[in-house]
Design a binder for this molecule. Structure first.
Ligand SMILES: [Zn+2]
Length: 394
């Protein structure tokens, strides 16, 4: 949700961003120093933990040179310590790299762990009792658990609000669907439903290219450079908003109409060569769509299956199982040389994905029939062959 703080509130928000960054960097530095000296002196205690940091933070707030820390929400500062502690724990468990210092202007954010209230298009939280105006076009239902305030490169403020919400599972649906995700069309379903990609990007892409050139030509550290960077950031923002709205609609429809959704592993699609800019946008779109389908499926009690990434879904004729090795990316339609049927590339792929998924889970009830009429025998043969090679995969 977009926030519209007053000038005064902007200053206060800047203080929050700054203090969070200071606390994070200060305690990161502290931990590194402590570790080095403990190692040198061969102390038993080698590292600091959250409680050490929290005690130190209380001291800092009382010292004259850092007492400005008490001007910001204390729970947000504590959360920064927890965040740092988590980063270290992930590093100790070898799940992440060594925590890095937070740079200014890179990402400005802070968490409000408690006491967030939304009312009359305003967000209220500690140190902002007067409330910050917000654009609340999607009503928030449920109890607010916590919120994160961010400022992006375009200088816009947003609140990401996490609510505790009870989601009612949907009535079970009977349909199983295979979906081919793509660049030409976003999603082509085995039941014939097709979801187009949205088009406003062509014009936006052109504007982005103009801005990128402008940015590249501008002098370093000049006012003009800052301006072009801002404009570019706004354009990217616009794209992601339009795109997300569309993806939400598509994922919602897919999840509400189908009980089991079979998708292809996206890594294969990622290898598709495309123009640079569009590629990055579409890569994000496809993985975002999969992410939305997956979490919504979980919400509503649906099932998502992913088929093996090396399955040649586009190249295999779903009628007879012939594999067309000469099929190129440009071929939107092809005629199977063996059974002479005309095939729509994406629809054919969705049929194969469906059959592959059905076989994978061996879902016998009610689906064998549909699998058979889709020409499953030939595909099943291909699967059997692969099973022989990799018995533990399916
Ligand atoms: Zn065929």
């Amino acid at each position: 949700m977009r926030l519209f703080p007053t000038k005064e509130q902007e200053t206060k928000l800047a203080k929050h961003f700054g203090c969070i960054r200071f606390v994070y960097n200060h305690f990161l530095d502290n931990r590194v120093k402590f570790y080095l000296s403990a190692k040198e002196k061969q102390l038993a205690k080698k590292s600091l933990n959250y409680y050490d940091d929290a005690a130190e933070l209380t001291k800092l707030k009382k010292q004259p040179e850092t007492e400005w820390l008490s001007e910001v929400n204390s729970q947000s500062l504590q959360h920064a310590l927890k965040h740092l502690d988590g980063a270290f724990n992930r590093f100790y468990r070898k799940q992440a790299k060594f925590p890095r210092f937070k740079k200014k202007n890179l990402k400005n954010s802070f968490r409000i762990p408690q006491f967030v209230r939304l009312e009359n298009n305003k967000i209220y939280f500690p140190k902002f009792k007067e409330g910050i105006k917000m654009d609340n076009h999607r009503p928030v239902e449920g109890e607010v658990e916590f919120a994160t305030i961010t400022m992006n490169a375009a200088g816009q403020y947003h609140a990401c609000i996490t609510v505790e919400k009870f989601i009612e599972k949907l009535e079970p649906a009977s349909k199983v669907v295979g979906i081919d995700l793509g660049v030409k069309e976003l999603a082509v379903c085995s039941d014939g439903t097709r979801f187009p990609n949205i088009k406003p990007f062509r014009s936006l892409e052109q504007r982005i290219r103009v801005r990128q050139k402008e940015l590249a030509r501008s002098k370093k550290d000049s006012k003009g450079r800052q301006k072009s960077r801002l404009k570019l950031a706004r354009l990217y923002n616009k794209i992601s908003n339009v795109r997300n709205d569309h993806l939400h609609k598509v994922s919602h429809q897919i999840v509400s109409e189908n009980q089991t959704i079979i998708l292809e592993d996206l890594n294969v699609k990622g290898m598709m060569a495309n123009r640079k800019l569009s590629k990055s946008i579409w890569d994000v779109s496809l993985s975002e769509l999969v992410r939305q389908i997956s979490y919504k499926a979980e919400w509503y009690g649906r099932k998502v299956l992913f088929i093996d990434r090396w399955f040649p879904s586009s190249k295999t004729c779903h009628h007879c199982g012939y594999i067309n090795e000469s099929l190129t990316l440009k071929d939107r339609e092809w005629t199977c040389p063996r059974c002479e049927r005309k095939l729509d590339r994406d629809y054919n792929a969705s049929q194969n994905i469906l059959v592959q998924g059905l076989n994978m889970k061996n879902m016998s009830v009610g689906t064998t029939e549909s699998a058979e009429c889709l020409g499953v025998s030939s595909v099943a043969k291909a699967i059997d062959n692969r099973l022989a090679r990799k018995p533990n995969r399916l």
